[in-house]
Design a protein around this ligand. Sequence first.
Ligand code: HEM
Length: 455
Amino acid sequence: MRDDRLQRSLTHAFRLPRDRYRRVARWLDSTTGGGGLIRQELRHIFPDDWSFFFGEIALYCFVVLVITGVYMCLFFRASAATTVYLGRYAPLHGVRMSEAYASVLHLSFDVRAGLVIRQVHHWAALVFAAALVAHLFRMFFTGAYRRPRRINWVIGLSLLSLVFVNGVFGYSLPDDLLSGTGLRIAYSITQSIPLIGPNLASLLFGGDFPTTGLIPRIYAVHILLVPGAIAGLLGAHMGLLWIQRHTQYPGRRRDDRTIVGTPMVPAYALRTTGYLLLLAGLLTALGGFFQINPVWLYGPYRPWDSTSFAQPDWYTGWLEGAVRMTPAWDIHIGGFLLPGLFWPAALLPGLVAGLLFMWPWLDALVTRDDELHNVLQAPRERPGRTAIGAGLLTFFTMLLLAGGDDVFAAAFHWSLPTLLAVMQALTIGLPFVVGLLVYAVFRRRQPVVAGEATP
Ligand code: HEM
């Protein structure tokens, strides 16, 4: 008897919400007419392959950046006004510095969980950029950028560029010696642009570097403008992805119309929430256990000082490497000076960005393939493209390593000029060697299909 009552009350407890949901769904359907659409979209299929996870990592890093960033805003002071540090960190006691730098020291040493939050923010920026680069290469090597996803390729690249830029702005905010040095380099790079450089630099930096108005400007851009643009682009990226459906690797029952994977509700929604929590936990562990950007060791920015052994974040390290390795080619053309910095720091990134943004259209031109594709290609199916990708990866890895040439030279007691010469040779030669090797290997492993172009 008691069991019966228990059974009835349990059934009632479970039935009640289900009836309520049904009523809500019926009401939604009668007022918006969208019940069917919602039901259909809740069954949206997500592919299960691990390589699709990079995009999710990037998205969740952004969530972590916003949450930690908002916390830091409560304590950070975007001001270049001078103050004397009287806080808890004894080695800098009594030192004159900007209010921005003093507030970051305060955040790191006095605010509860301040240092962890700062470090989580920094780690999240590093992982964000890495996840986007991995995501980009996944798209590249599998041909996911082909029609109808060309616009999403462009949006993805724009996201990547904005994350790079905002990372640089972020680590410029503390106004320590490393960030000031980075800003001075950014100022010189802007000045090196032919014709418009000096005026553009003055406009962006608010006069001749260093200027007192720069930190408030960077702050507004860092916490508002760029994150706003990133949020908008992420929305557009995912909106398009939703409409176009996902790509998938070739396999049984998979073609351009049928997609195999997990439906959004409930399995995928639960899984991806788990990923979000896992990533947030991992980033917190990184921020808690691994020191990053110890600005108190560098001291405040003074234009006449310079940092040693301090390295830029990895996503700008390649640019640093390019600057270090390119000879100082100052060239005069028609009365205009093209300074040495222009070639590695403005022209090279411009050319790479141009090539990547145009890639889907260049690819279609070469392969004469303008069809819609939802099924991905294996890297070996397109040995030419895979070889170009591998060559580019090698080139950027070499540049990145060159960005730390002084650290390697000091750590292994190598002569810096010799190391630089070796790195220059490897940066030019190795990408071709790797590209040719990859091409040779994949060319042999390719299935031969009569009449098919495989550039
Ligand atoms: C694409 C998104 C973002 C990236 C890549 C990024 C990156 C960074 C980096 C690398 C730093 C230097 C951290 C350090 O001191 O070691 C930083 C500082 C800072 N960020 Fe962000 N951030 C992003 C978004 C945001 C958002 C949305 C906010 C606030 C709403 C924010 C607020 C701040 C503040 C206040 C600082 C200065 C405090 C400090 O450096 O200690 N950030 N950011």
